[in-house]
Design a protein around this ligand. Structure first.
Ligand SMILES: Cc1ncc(COP(=O)(O)O)c(C=O)c1O
Length: 415
């Protein structure tokens, strides 16, 4: 396993990949910056202007005008009745667990191929994550596995839309409706993507979106809770505001605000909202510019896929992804590790992704696996993500493509 932090999105931590030292600066012995980094956080000149303006106007208080603007923009883009800006997607997931009244003994079905936040949110409430396998093409949760994992204790299903490609929502929504359980969409990676014309995050009872530095739109840390079930909207405000009815007080509906129930301070920092709002306003443009690199990769690797040298992640016809991640599946884990190493030698910072949750120390302690999870295990070991960021220069994508193709040719992998 390459010594790269799975969750830092590819920033080498030890100067080693696959057991070999990276090229290093002889003066400092630190690894050299790659020619093509895995990502550059979205930079927004308009966002910087908006932050300066917020500072000038003293708009530092949470739930200010920039937050309201972000919520309006998102409501429009997602066609969702209510959106609350949060400090992170993690916060939105934790808010979801509180909002659904999840308690000890409840079970939450989720993919093992996912991020720790979704599991934590429910474990914090005493619930048990039940990890199920993913579909081998998209790496999204397998509806058949969800159906098989349902028990009388199941309260909700968390659906991760991996890489901004939607999970099969028609099937998942039907299963959840029949079983009487809620769907929470972990659409951390989903801003700007859709499923049969519906925005990711807008289909389950609740959706959680991330605006952290690795996402297509970034506010530093940041997120949003999308509340599609109107019955949950008022309680969500209370939970976001320390468990108080402060929002009703702000609207003049009550004379004082009081502690109503257990909640927390989940609201987004107003400066983060100021930085984010212009990016949200330019969502279509940002997604389109990002798609230029994604499309170049998609075209370049069609031929090696035909020859069995690798597989691109599948994009079902029902999905319009947002070019969040470009992933390749190599035939074996050894092929993946070798290619990662070789790309690093060429100055290309590629990386792997999630290490399965079900077999991680906390997964074993707090959750349980439903059956065996062969696709999760195999895909996690064989997945490689290529550099991709907003406004990535064409020449950088070209260098990545040339390097991958050359390395595939010089050391053909076994199909
Ligand atoms: C699927 C998924 N869920 C949740 C998160 C957590 O998002 P945040 O950093 O905004 O809390 C991430 C972060 O990368 C993620 O990929």
């Amino acid at each position: 396993m390459p010594a790269v932090d799975a969750y830092s999105h590819g920033v080498p931590r030890s100067g080693r990949i696959g057991g070999r030292r990276l090229r290093s600066d002889p003066g400092t012995r630190l690894p050299l910056a790659p020619r093509v980094p895995f990502l550059r956080a979205p930079a927004s000149a308009a966002g910087a202007v908006a932050v300066a303006e917020a500072l000038r106007n003293g708009h530092l208080k949470a739930r200010g005008p920039a937050t309201a603007r972000c919520e309006r923009l998102l409501q429009d883009q997602l066609s969702a009745p209510t959106v609350l800006m949060t400090q992170s997607c993690t916060a939105a997931l934790e808010l979801s667990a509180l909002l659904l009244g999840v308690v000890a003994g409840d079970e939450i079905i989720m993919p093992s191929f996912g991020f720790a936040s979704a599991a934590n949110a429910f474990v914090l409430r005493g619930a048990t994550p039940v990890f199920v396998d993913v579909l081998p093409g998209t790496l999204n949760i397998d509806p058949a596995e969800v159906r098989a994992a349902l028990t009388a204790r199941t309260r909700a299903v968390v659906v991760v839309h991996y890489a901004g490609t939607a999970a099969p929502m028609d099937e998942l929504l039907a299963i959840a409706a029949t079983a009487g359980v809620a769907i929470i969409e972990d659409a951390a990676q989903g801003i700007g993507a859709s499923y049969r014309g519906r925005a990711l995050g807008s289909m389950g009872a609740l959706g959680a979106i991330s605006f952290d530095a690795t996402k297509n739109l970034a506010s530093g840390s940041g997120g949003a809770l999308v509340i599609n079930d109107p019955a949950l909207a008022s309680a969500a405000e209370t939970l976001r505001d320390y468990g108080t009815d402060r929002a009703r007080f702000a609207r003049g509906e009550v004379e004082h605000y009081r502690w109503m129930q257990v909640g927390s301070n989940f609201a987004m920092n107003e400066l983060a909202a100021a930085y984010l709002a212009p990016q949200l306003a330019d969502l279509a443009g940002i997604t389109q510019r990002r798609q230029a690199s994604w499309n170049a990769y998609q075209d370049a690797f069609a031929e090696p896929e035909r020859r069995g040298l690798l597989r691109r992640l599948t994009v079902p016809e029902s999905c319009t992804p947002n070019a969040h991640i470009f992933g390749l599946l190599l035939p074996t884990a050894a092929d993946r590790d070798r290619l990662l190493r070789e790309l690093a030698e060429d100055g290309v910072e590629a990386t792997f992704h999630y290490v399965p949750l079900h077999s991680a120390p906390a997964g074993l302690r707090y959750g349980r696996a439903h059956g065996t999870l062969p696709h999760t295990e195999a895909s996690s070991a064989r997945l490689l993500r290529l550099p991709l960021w907003n406004d990535m220069p064409r020449a950088d994508a070209g260098h990545v493509i040339t390097s991958v193709l050359r390395r595939l040719e010089s050391a053909p992998v076994t199909a």
